[in-house]
Design a protein around this ligand. Structure first.
Ligand code: MG
Length: 173
């Protein structure tokens, strides 16, 4: 039997296919972190320090997501294998364009998480299925935040004053 000793209980060691999916997701989370840090740098350059601060926090959160998968894989006796991270995009048209991309990116991440949920259910990997619940909830929040910010920018016609007000609010994150 493929078992590991973990916290006083015997758990089945994670399957090879799920190990591969989690490694891909670790890579995707760190890619997200790198993308958001690039967006933070763009906002710094655009003199919107509040938006830059928000993006920096977002980048930190994505790093923590990657680590959450990393630690889970280790706890299930899996082997973490880090993949390459490509250089992120570095130019955007305006603040609206940045947040449009944040929303599109988060929608993509949600579909990756949902695919893992379906895989865990199919493989009857209840440990992974349970761990993924946190991410399912997190993705609802991520999409909600991006949608709210985007709506604010669009409703104001992307005006400089609206950008400044948003910048002040996002600086409080
Ligand atoms: Mg994430």
């Amino acid at each position: 039997m493929n078992q590991i000793f973990h916290g006083g209980a015997l758990l089945m060691k994670i399957g090879k296919k799920m190990e591969k999916s989690i490694n891909s997701q670790i890579q995707a989370e760190f890619e997200s972190s790198y993308l958001y840090l690039s967006m933070a740098a763009w906002f710094e350059d655009a003199d919107l320090p509040g938006c830059a601060h928000w993006m920096e926090k977002q980048a930190q959160e994505e790093w923590e997501h990657g680590m959450r998968f990393y630690k889970y894989l280790v706890s299930r006796g899996g082997r973490v294998e880090l993949g390459p991270i490509a250089a992120p995009k570095k130019e955007w048209k305006d603040a609206t364009n940045v947040f449009e991309e944040v929303l599109a990116h988060e929608e993509k991440v949600t579909s990756l998480i949902y695919a893992m949920v379906e895989q865990a259910e199919k493989e009857k990997d209840h440990g992974t299925r349970s761990m993924l619940n946190w991410f399912v909830d997190e993705q609802v929040e991520e999409e909600e935040h991006a949608t709210e910010i985007l709506a604010r920018l669009k409703n104001s016609g992307n005006s400089p004053i609206a950008c400044q007000m948003l910048d002040r609010d996002l600086g409080n994150r």
